[in-house]
Design a protein around this ligand. Structure first.
Ligand SMILES: Cc1cc2nc3c(=O)[nH]c(=O)nc-3n(C[C@H](O)[C@H](O)[C@H](O)COP(=O)(O)OP(=O)(O)OC[C@H]3O[C@@H](n4cnc5c(N)ncnc54)[C@H](O)[C@@H]3O)c2cc1C
Length: 467
């Protein structure tokens, strides 16, 4: 198999390393890649679409196995809503296939570009995390191709420990493939979306808690620049499914063509839109943009009225402006997303927002979600809340920013919080161990010893957090 030595980046562009990249076309070639790596003395790092923000799918100086071309949908049953797919099928590939029969993936990320293999390996969550859990909760089974050469069927009944370890196990136990996944029946091709503007953090939490009882999806946006009584002010967007009776016109929208995001926005091709935000990509500019969003949510006519929205339009807001990360400039961005138990979340989020204001490194985009626990070994899920935050990285602020994240992480750990490797770039091994507890890590290491005794599978993330 051909390999190319090239720079491999995390999605946030703030972490890069050189790796020998190979793009196998089939699972047979994936198995061949393990042999090739052994021959050359390389470790193997798995990569999906490279949408993890940090170093999750980089493997410095060794093999990076890019699985995007192993991408067939093997089976789709519109009666049961269950699909069997290759690891390289994307979230987009899945919804485009199932939506025509009135189904939608149970859990999707804020972008439709991740692969199902990468999504399962990180155990992604969506805007319904408190209700539907993580993607792993809807995976029925998969096959795990291990470095020892076994191809094991894993499900809740068979090889259950590997099933619960590989989901969320960031590609360290084997290549997940032949993934069987259940979807959600949706009557209409649209949801009804409701916006709410809230004046401070307590109001955000109180309203969010109330809305989760009524809606299928719920997500909050916070203006991280607001201080004093307005600290934590923001907006909540909820949505609920519509039945075919409620929205007969929405039946026709169950097609990829009707779900497609617009190519041109305000008269400009969307691929160039990030260039318009670039001049505002500095702290004062971002303060102004966050403020403009707050004001528009409060005073624009119709800003508090519910409206019909396509499923894709509701879920993949971030795909409306492709490559928006480029506005962050040369240093890129990191995301820092703590998960905090429900009884400590308000206090911890208030504290970390204040810390970043005090140190003059306020994050530019803050997203609030509600979560529930899940049964997976390396889980970020808990009965609590997460606050995803995008920090701009520059050569000048890099060291101070890592220190800020380190210090905020200590606040989260003291409250019993957790972190999500897909969104991480700064956690240390000792912090990761404290977040998950020694028992979980020991159990994971035992599984790794069973299927990968020589430690063939490795990424930069694995070495940073677990070695
Ligand atoms: C704009 C944006 C919005 C996002 N929104 C969300 C969100 O709302 N919720 C959320 O949970 N996440 C979100 N994410 C993160 C993203 O969903 C995860 O990082 C996901 O894992 C990316 O999948 P990928 O295919 O790009 O995998 P990669 O990032 O390439 O790899 C992820 C991990 O999976 C491993 N891996 C890849 N394929 C396999 C396989 N077949 N078998 C075993 N291991 C494998 C890799 O080694 C790596 O450790 C977002 C990312 C972006 C860029």
């Amino acid at each position: 198999m051909e390999t190319t030595l090239q720079g491999v980046e995390g999605w946030g562009l703030s972490t890069r390393s050189l790796g020998h990249v190979a793009r196998p076309q089939s699972m047979e070639e994936v198995a061949g890649a393990f042999a090739l790596a052994r021959e050359r003395g390389w470790t193997v790092g798995l990569r999906g679409a490279g949408r993890s923000y940090g170093d999750a799918s980089q493997n410095e100086g060794a093999l990076v196995l890019d699985l995007q071309d192993v991408d067939r949908i093997h089976e789709w049953d519109p009666e049961s809503g269950v699909a069997r797919v290759d690891p390289g099928v994307t979230v987009r590939g899945l919804w485009e296939r199932v939506v025509v029969d009135g189904w939608w993936p149970k859990v999707v990320s804020g972008t439709m570009t991740p692969t199902i293999g990468g999504a399962a390996a990180m155990n992604i969550h969506g805007k319904n995390a408190w209700k539907a859990g993580t993607i792993g909760d809807h995976i029925r089974s998969f096959r795990l191709l291990t470095p020892s050469g076994d191809d094991l069927l894993c499900s809740r009944e068979e090889n259950a420990a590997l099933f619960h370890g590989a989901i969320g196990g960031f590609g360290e136990l084997g290549v997940m493939h032949d993934i069987t996944i259940a979807n959600q029946f949706v009557g209409s091709g649209r949801v009804m979306e409701y916006p709410y503007a809230l004046p401070h953090l307590d109001a955000m939490f109180d309203r969010f808690e109330q809305l989760t009882g009524e809606f299928d999806y719920c997500v909050g946006w916070i203006d991280a620049f607001a201080t004093g009584k307005s600290l934590g002010r923001g907006q909540i967007h909820t949505a609920r499914y519509l039945s075919a009776q409620e929205d007969p016109a929405g039946l026709n929208m169950r097609s990829p063509a009707h779900q497609r995001l617009p190519e041109v926005i305000l008269g400009f091709p969307k691929k160039h839109l990030w260039r318009f935000v670039r001049p505002f990509a500095f702290p004062l500019g971002m303060r102004a943009i966050n403020l403009a969003k707050v004001i528009s949510g409060q005073i624009l006519p119709g800003s508090s009225r519910p409206y019909l929205q396509s499923h894709a339009g509701f879920h993949f807001l971030l795909d409306f402006v492709p490559d928006w990360k480029l506005m962050h400039g040369r240093g890129g961005l990191i995301q820092w997303q703590p998960f905090v138990p429900a009884d400590r979340a308000r206090e911890v989020f208030r504290r970390v927002l204040t810390m970043q204001q005090e140190r003059g490194m306020v994050n530019w985009l803050t997203v609030l979600k509600r979560h529930r626990p899940d049964p997976f070994l390396l889980t970020h899920g808990l009965d609590g809340w997460s606050l995803a935050q995008d920090f701009n990285v520059t050569p000048r602020n890099r060291q101070a920013l890592w220190q800020l994240c380190h210090d905020m992480t200590e606040v989260v750990l003291e409250a019993g919080g957790r972190f999500y490797p897909a969104k991480d770039a700064t956690l240390t091994a000792s912090q990761y161990q404290r977040s998950l507890g020694q028992d979980r890590l020991s159990a994971f290491r035992a599984l790794k010893q069973q299927v990968d005794p020589q430690g063939l599978l490795q990424t930069n993330l694995y070495r940073r957090l677990m070695l």
